[in-house]
Design a protein around this ligand. Structure first.
Ligand code: 3PG
Length: 213
């Protein structure tokens, strides 16, 4: 049987950029997910940074079959369970805690937990997780920091997020230990609130053409 990491990688299907979304109006979730999918970004992360997030996940899971909806900013086992019950196909957390690792090991839904330091990365690796979020990427040392991890810990791969955009995404994607990057730049607040779906689709299309070299 495929490992949870393998299943997560299969869900992401080589997508170079995972949109990190903050949605404050449930009515916007479905058109936003559809616009991103039309632009080639099917896998999306809806963050629990708004009270509406769980309902947004429910709606996208039920109404946008072409999307692969994940939940982000998961801080506790309770949020993990709520997000999984809402239909999340994967779960993202900014960091790694013992409690979250235990919740993940009890669930079929794969977890992409955050880790920055070699010690945090080794803790996640010991729990069987070898695909991690590197957050906040730019503030923590950027592509140079991640590159330095590839030699001592070559079997762990990352999805860096935080401060990444069209100008620096390729620097990360060029690294051997980077699978994809995450970012909010493809769905900025003003475009979401203005319901400017065509512009979001265009941003997604540009992002979806970024590739690992
Ligand atoms: C995340 O949770 O991944 C980040 O908040 C995304 O960071 P960004 O807004 O700088 O892209």
């Amino acid at each position: 049987m495929a490992s949870k990491t393998d299943r997560l990688l299969a869900l992401l299907d080589g997508q170079p950029v995972i949109p990190v979304l903050k949605i404050g109006d449930v009515a916007q979730a479905v058109p936003l997910a559809r616009a991103l999918a039309r632009g080639g970004l099917k896998a999306i992360e809806i963050t629990l940074r708004t009270v509406e997030a769980l309902e947004c996940i429910r709606r996208v899971a039920a109404e946008v079959p072409e999307a692969v909806v994940g939940a982000g900013t998961i801080l506790s086992p309770r949020q993990f369970e709520q997000a999984a019950a809402a239909g999340s196909k994967f779960i993202v957390s900014p960091g790694t805690t013992r409690e979250l690792l235990a919740a993940a090991s009890d669930s079929e839904v794969p977890l992409l937990p955050g880790a920055i330091t070699p010690g945090e990365i080794m803790t996640a690796r010991e729990a069987g997780l070898d695909f991690l979020k590197f957050f906040p990427a730019e503030q923590a040392g950027g592509a140079a920091f991640l590159k330095a991890l590839a030699s001592p810990i070559p079997d762990v791969r990352f999805c860096p997020t935080g401060g990444i955009g069209p100008k620096n995404a390729s620097d990360y994607l060029a690294l051997p230990n980077v699978v994809c990057v995450g970012g909010s730049w493809v769905a900025p607040d003003d475009l979401v609130q203005g319901e400017r779906w065509d512009e979001i689709e265009a941003l997604a299309r540009q992002a979806s053409t970024l590739r690992k070299q």
